[in-house]
Design a protein around this ligand. Sequence first.
Ligand SMILES: Cc1cc2nc3c(=O)[nH]c(=O)nc-3n(C[C@H](O)[C@H](O)[C@H](O)COP(=O)(O)OP(=O)(O)OC[C@H]3O[C@@H](n4cnc5c(N)ncnc54)[C@H](O)[C@@H]3O)c2cc1C
Length: 483
Amino acid sequence: MGCQLQFLRGLHAFWRKSANRCRLRRRLNAFLQAAFPAAWDKACVRIARGGGRTCIAVVGRCSAFEILWERFQPARQLCLRLQLDPAARRRPCSVRSDVMRSCEIAIVGLGLMGSAALRSLATCGADVLGFDPMHLGEPRGSSHGSCRVYRRFNYESDAYTDLSERAFEGWRELEAVTERVILKPSAVLEAGPKDSKLVAASRAAAARKGPIEGPSSGAEANAAYPAFNLPGDWSVAVQQSGGILLAEEAMRAFRLGLEERIVPASARFTSTPTGILVSTSHGDVMAKQLILAAGPWISKLLPEIGPHLRVTRQAVGWFKPSRPSAVRYGEFPIFILDNGKRGLVYGFPDFEGRGVKAAQHDLGPDAGPDDWSPLPTPEELSVVRTTLEQFVPGAAGPITDRDVCLYTNTLQADVVVDDGNEFIIDRLPGDPRIIVASPCSGHGAKFATAIGSMLADLALDPAASASPAFSIQRFSAFARSAS
Ligand SMILES: Cc1cc2nc3c(=O)[nH]c(=O)nc-3n(C[C@H](O)[C@H](O)[C@H](O)COP(=O)(O)OP(=O)(O)OC[C@H]3O[C@@H](n4cnc5c(N)ncnc54)[C@H](O)[C@@H]3O)c2cc1C
């Protein structure tokens, strides 16, 4: 009993200190592992708010107990119960073709966003199944390929910087749990003409968090990193705490140990009064809720979202460095060059021995979700090539490899007007059992751990609501269907 009391007091203290449900869940998991070392095999905490009260359910798999802790508002009365519940023992789900299965939450699409949600939900003990026909390593899906830029300070807005910081904790946690390197530390150098809004916004975002170190002009950047030949008067901002996000490695880590929860098949879904019917060639599953994280394919599954999205073909190249020692990982930063109307070009140090990966961030031509070929032509990579020749001559050798990726961009919203290229992470107003988790407009990868937690919150907590910046109701077509 002493142990239970200590545990429940601990819960109360954690709850008071933690405004944020994800942090609370993480702290509870750590606390439970310490409080019940013999009983605890997989931490599993669920938190729900509703009807003015908060309920925390804790389910231990080994010893099969359930503790409900309820806090009633406004009387602030605390009601604690401990139940022994052998039925709380859970087994991983799987789908067999001969039986109609059910699950609490189905995730359709296991790119970075769906895989992150799968891990978050499974860690919380949710009965979750993920569906995706694609194998890791296939050159399709917006998360494929070796790397993405992790920027801690985001020129787009402070909201993204907050999300980056939250995601950073998630990446470090994932690395610790899976014992894999996923986010390789790297400085990120952003540069552009003196009036570059991008550089000014990045610098301001970084300055709000602390002092900025490193070159601040083109001349200083050229001296620090000899691969560059930037105009001396260009404005430069360096984020020392950026990183190279190993995208495929991240998906592998998210899925680690959850193989039995993954159905390797294409899925379609139908809303029914009793649940969401998910149909695949491996059998059907009835889910209580569905997370739709199908990247550029999302409009195929949810046609009404199509008019608000634009899928674009993005050409990527690897350039053999003309001065390999000048672009080595650890000595050369990730770079983002804002060359005004001539384009926004980014690139990575040669961390794989494969050359400098570089691409244009400006939106390419419209594409369909299945348009992953042909590989980019030299013409499609010509802006990247001339930018490297002019500003990063140490990286500008022949093209050794090429790839195509698709951005799925939001168009400008009309209720809460934005510039487009934002995210949608929200319940569908017409059927709140469906949670839309896409698209991420060419800059979502770095946030995947945070987005996975957000999706888990939306699925597990009926009272959780989408962040206004990511609300689908900023588009009038969806705002109308809510009323
Ligand atoms: C060239 C390029 C560079 C980028 N650079 C950066 C960067 O530097 N930094 C950054 O933060 N972000 C970057 N991004 C953006 C980031 O990679 C994407 O926002 C992110 O990967 C999107 O992930 P997703 O899970 O939404 O989609 P996806 O990875 O496309 O996943 C969708 C999944 O859904 C599956 N699927 C589709 N239909 C079905 C179905 N019917 N049933 C089951 N499964 C289905 C697909 O097989 C796929 O695996 C970049 C993107 C590209 C293309």
